[in-house]
Design a protein. Structure first.
Length: 150
């Protein structure tokens, strides 16, 4: 396997420290600079809404401030990456509350995209389309169900 040179690593690290959002910097520091889980958790709180879900550009390609099931999936993945498993923590409790109470679900599962996404800047792949959502919901619902069962 080819390894990154120390010089290349240093250049990347300087770029991340100069340009990253606080959350991304906390994740970089956790993975590469002995950063703490608490720093990541502290940064995540800024993206959590009062309903327990996540919005507010947790996904930089989606500026919708509203909570979405897919955004919860993003946060769950981040929590797994830092091996944070305390389900009594307010972040996890908020996720459970949001998933149980969100209006963004149907009889077949949680929605991949939500209608309000079209009201905010977003990548074209985030356009709300009810027909395509039915297919895309499968992956979101499977991931979130797996999280709950785990």
């Amino acid at each position: 396997m080819k390894k990154l040179s120390q010089k290349a690593y240093q250049e990347i690290s300087e770029w991340v420290h100069r340009n990253a959002r606080p959350l991304d910097l906390a994740l970089w520091q956790y993975h590469f600079e002995n950063g703490s889980k608490d720093a990541v958790l502290s940064a995540l709180i800024d993206y959590q809404n009062s309903d327990g879900g996540f919005g507010n550009t947790i996904d930089p390609d989606n500026w919708n401030p509203n909570s979405t099931p897919y955004n919860a999936q993003i946060v769950i993945k981040m929590l797994r990456q830092i091996e944070f498993t305390d389900i009594t923590h307010p972040i996890y409790q908020g996720i459970f509350h949001y998933l149980e109470n969100t209006e963004h679900k149907a009889e077949y599962g949680w929605l991949f995209t939500i209608p309000s996404k079209d009201d905010y800047p977003h990548g074209c792949w985030w356009d709300f389309n009810a027909k395509e959502n039915t297919y895309q919901n499968i992956g979101t619902t499977a991931n979130l169900s797996g999280f709950i069962l785990r």
